[in-house]
Design a protein around this ligand. Structure first.
Ligand SMILES: C[S@@+](CC[C@H](N)C(=O)[O-])C[C@H]1O[C@@H](n2cnc3c(N)ncnc32)[C@H](O)[C@@H]1O
Length: 458
């Protein structure tokens, strides 16, 4: 270590994964892959070298079964055949790990060891660490169900920092029936160079951290494309203040800007209207729309836009806007000169739209479709609850996918939900578009009735 006086925060050092949440798998004899390599003293590379069938399929040979016996070179995880590395203190990125010898491209550098935990536990711990004030995140994905948490227990690999232009990468290996994560050199690494890999693929960040890797191609944030990033609820700013956000939008395109209900429904927006005229073309005239239907911008939509530190309800206004469950969220995304971002989670409130339509038939039709959509959503959610343990169980036991019957059930429920939503939206659009005509017809009918009565009276 460079500076003996300074030490990284304490953790328990381990050289093999710790199974806190389930038992370590015992490799069954029938699952053992035996290669066809033969040790030749004149050619030591023949002992499970580049041509070893196990090596080529990222599987380590099983001791006692490998034809090369003690000469087998394909047991690097099991034998902890790591490259020489050294801890050092970085500028602004905490501790890091550097190469303490020249490392060759493709070389196994070190195993990422930690506690093997379920995805649920990973999520729980990530939030717990965040509230405990632990700023460095050490959880990475192992597979769809499990993660490795090196926060409390881990190998030196836990100190490898992220870079958008890394010299190492993670690879998954099958070691005696368990999946293990190794850090491998992507290129020749000279002694003294800092080791790094891209967190994008495996990281369960918890918090969003501004990347200080310094690469020209830097993506701005750590693990910006990882699933953890997308689930994250915090933005970590320069001054270490944290600002809660609902979700962080990933792209800058204008397409991401929040849409008002008018836009969703294809109706004119205030900004589209210049001096009272609109560029929007409708099957009915604007005056017809306005005379029979309340301005649609006043129809509530359960969306919340957070922009540049201020809450912004988009074009949603009126009495309903304040009814929303507004969490105290603030977001400052104007980092690196980017445009402030807005994020909307839209959910159409069909009942409230129906309420505003004059026709009783239209109201009933929309409400019936909304009911069907709710039923489909609840069915889908119960199939999900049914399917989740099955996925976990299957993956844990034999890494198979779920049974075909369960998958079919899931697809069917998803399709029904899509259909129900489609029916609901198309019903709303049709009825909203027809509403002015119906109202006008009603007005005409009333007027002719009144005229008739007047005529009779006279
Ligand atoms: C797995 S740890 C790496 C070791 C860590 N530096 C330490 O001192 O323990 C991941 C954490 O290191 C920091 N980190 C890693 N790479 C970084 C980078 N490129 N820019 C900023 N912080 C980084 C972040 O705090 C991140 O949560």
């Amino acid at each position: 270590m460079d500076n003996e006086a300074e030490q990284p925060p304490p953790y328990i050092h381990i050289d093999t994964n710790d199974f806190a949440y389930r038992k370590h798998r015992k490799q069954k004899e029938e699952d053992i892959n035996i290669c066809v390599c033969k040790y030749n003293p004149d050619n030591p590379d023949s002992a499970c070298g580049d041509q070893c069938l196990n090596l080529l399929t990222s599987t380590e040979c099983t001791p006692g079964y490998c034809p090369c016996g003690d000469y087998c070179k394909n047991q690097r995880f099991q034998k902890c055949q790591y490259a020489k590395t050294r801890l050092f203190k970085t500028e602004g990125r905490g501790w890091g790990l550097l190469a303490d010898e020249n490392i060759k491209a493709g070389q196994f550098v070190i195993e990422y060891c930690g506690e093997v935990i379920s995805w649920r536990e990973a999520k729980r711990r990530s939030h717990a660490y965040e509230s405990e004030g632990i700023k460095d995140a050490y959880i990475i994905y192992l597979n769809a169900n499990e993660s490795i948490d090196a926060t409390r227990k881990g190998s030196l690999a836990r100190f490898i920092n992220h870079s958008c232009q890394p010299n190492c990468e993670t690879r998954k290996w099958n070691v005696l029936g368990e999946i293990r994560v190794g850090i491998f050199a992507k290129q020749d690494i000279p002694i003294g160079a800092e080791l790094s890999y891209n967190y994008n693929f495996e990281w369960y960040g918890g918090v969003i951290v501004k990347c200080l890797c310094g690469a020209v191609t830097c993506s701005g944030f750590l693990g910006a494309k990882s699933r953890g990033f997308q689930e994250a609820t915090y933005l970590w700013e320069d001054d270490d203040d944290r600002f809660s956000v609902e979700n962080v939008p990933l792209y800058d395109s204008d397409d991401d800007e929040p849409m008002s209900l008018s836009e969703v429904m294809g109706l004119p927006n205030e900004s589209d209207t210049v001096a009272g005229s609109s560029n929007w073309t409708s099957p009915v005239s604007e005056s017809e729309v306005l005379e029979s239907v309340e301005p649609l911008d006043s129809i509530p939509m359960e969306s919340e836009f957070i922009s540049n530190g201020k809450r912004d309800n988009g074009t949603c206004s009126g009495p309903y806007a304040s009814q929303k469950n507004l969490s105290q969220s603030t977001m400052r995304t104007n980092v690196r000169g980017r445009k402030p971002k807005t994020q909307a989670s839209k959910q159409l409130n069909a009942s409230l739209i129906a309420e505003r339509l004059a026709s009783k038939e239209a109201q009933e039709e929309i409400l019936a479709c909304e009911e069907t959509s709710k039923e489909a959503a609840s069915r889908l959610s119960s199939v999900y609850n049914e399917i989740r343990p099955a996925i976990e169980e299957h993956e844990r036991d034999n890494q198979d996918s779920v049974s075909t019957s369960l998958a079919e059930k899931w697809i069917q429920a998803s399709c029904l939900k899509y259909k129900a939503d489609f029916d609901l939206y198309s019903t709303i659009i049709r009825n909203v578009a027809l509403a002015p005509k119906q109202a006008r017809q009603k007005q005409e009918e009333t007027a002719s009735l009144e005229n008739g009565l007047k005529y009779l009276e006279n």
